[in-house]
Design a protein around this ligand. Structure first.
Ligand SMILES: [Zn+2]
Length: 423
């Protein structure tokens, strides 16, 4: 017996790819089927154990089966007829070239899969379209039947399911086994996990929270002249060469030739371009965050008030206009109206600490993980992560076949691929 069993298994293994999926025709008895294939039904039935007879007489129309034919004459080589999720009738030719049978286990692959989707039509519709598996939604509803009314799901709610599915040659076989589910609504979430053949279900109100985000911003300042030669530093006390008295010098003077291009030290907007007594031809640029730069004594101005400028863009030419002893650029930088030392800004990355802004964002806070055990938490996090990052992915089964001896057979077909199963 053991030898025989092993023999069967290995032959199935060898021939797994050669079987074609077919559906049992209406009003066809097993005897008629044999006759159609030129097999003596009486001879065959003589070999059938009375206890096994029921399997041959109860094959229903539409039931899936797998057959292997030798040539175009449809000469039957082997036949597999499932008689439940686990077992099947195996019909084969024995040594004496006559047909015999055995009841053997169905050889299937167990596929572990996760799917995640946003509700569009209904849980049933969406799941059927996504997975071609009509049973997933039915089982999902069963899990939550005492906890949650599925008609209350709203468009946009997220459902993530981890399940196992038996598969024969890419055909989903039998019923899926849902391992864990995460349903995320706008203000409530449900988590179900299979433990010892029972579902543990947890629900949780999701809190929506506004949080302040402090974002540091930086501004990099360029130099106003390609070659910088400082002739006068920033100081609060300086002997003024023309006025002949101590005057603060609230900027830096750079010596140079008349006509030397002057560059904007950072991105900004021209807020003044014109004449100021003492400063001569002047450009002022606002850089945002309370920072303004001023370029004085220019010979020429190339920009207009209101114009946006880029860092290092030429805005004018060095000159000697206004109260000046010789051609130079006077650069001033003002922070919220107060003069600051440009030496602390030029060629430096400045953190705009005092202008840190606050942004309100909405964050959904789930307290569910706290109520979970370590292994449950891991699965919850896995599903939540799939829900966040991988909106749709699933195993693409050609068709789903469910064989349930008590409820009959249901088949969901996709792309008419039912007859093209053999590899
Ligand atoms: Zn100066």
């Amino acid at each position: 017996m053991k030898l025989l069993f092993t023999l069967f298994l290995s032959s199935i293994l060898l021939l797994a790819g050669q079987f074609r999926l077919k559906l049992w025709e209406k009003n066809t008895t097993f005897g008629q089927f044999l006759n159609n294939h030129h097999i003596d039904a009486t001879k065959f039935y003589a070999k059938v154990d009375p206890n096994d007879l029921k399997y041959f007489t109860s094959i229903m129309a539409g039931a899936p089966y797998f057959e292997s034919v030798k040539n175009t004459k449809e000469h039957l080589e082997k036949l597999l007829i499932p008689i439940g999720e686990e077992m099947q009738i195996y019909i084969y030719k024995d040594k004496n070239n006559s047909y015999n049978y055995s009841i053997i286990p169905i050889k299937y692959k167990l596929i572990k899969d996760e799917i995640s989707f946003e509700l569009k039509k209904s849980c049933y519709q969406d799941l059927k379209e996504l997975t071609n598996n009509p049973h997933l939604a039915t089982y999902l509803k069963k899990i939550f039947k005492d906890t949650f009314d599925f008609t209350k799901l709203q468009k946009g709610d997220k459902i993530t399911i981890s399940y196992e599915q038996k598969s024969i040659n890419g055909i989903a076989w039998g019923e899926p086994k849902i391992k864990a589910v995460l349903i995320q609504g706008s203000n409530k979430e449900f988590f179900a996990i299979l433990e010892n053949d029972k579902y543990k279900i947890l629900s949780n109100n999701i809190q929506t929270k506004s949080i302040k985000v402090t974002k540091k911003r930086y501004l990099v300042f360029k130099q106003p002249l390609s070659h910088m030669r400082i002739t006068s530093k920033f100081t609060y006390k300086r002997w003024h060469p023309i006025l002949h008295r101590f005057r603060p010098h609230l900027g830096i003077d750079f010596g140079g030739h008349v006509g030397t291009p002057i560059h904007a030290i950072a991105d900004g907007k021209v807020i003044f371009a014109g004449w100021i007594r003492g400063y001569g031809k002047v450009v002022k640029i606002a850089h945002g965050n309370g920072l303004i730069s001023l370029y004085a004594h220019q010979s020429k101005i190339y920009v207009k008030k209101g114009q946006k400028v880029k860092a290092y863009q030429v805005i004018g030419a060095l000159g000697n206009t206004g109260l000046s002893t010789g051609p130079h650029l006077h650069l001033g930088i003002y922070f919220h109206g107060k003069p600051v030392n440009p030496a602390h800004y030029i060629n430096k990355k400045i953190a705009l600490n005092s202008t840190t802004f606050y942004k309100k964002i909405v964050q959904k806070v789930s307290s569910l993980p706290k109520a979970l055990k370590e292994n449950e938490k891991r699965i919850y996090k896995k599903l939540a992560n799939i829900s966040n990052n991988k909106p749709y992915f699933w195993k693409d089964f050609n068709a789903t076949i469910s064989l349930d001896l008590t409820q009959g057979i249901s088949i969901a077909q996709k792309k008419g691929s039912l007859n093209a199963v053999s590899n």
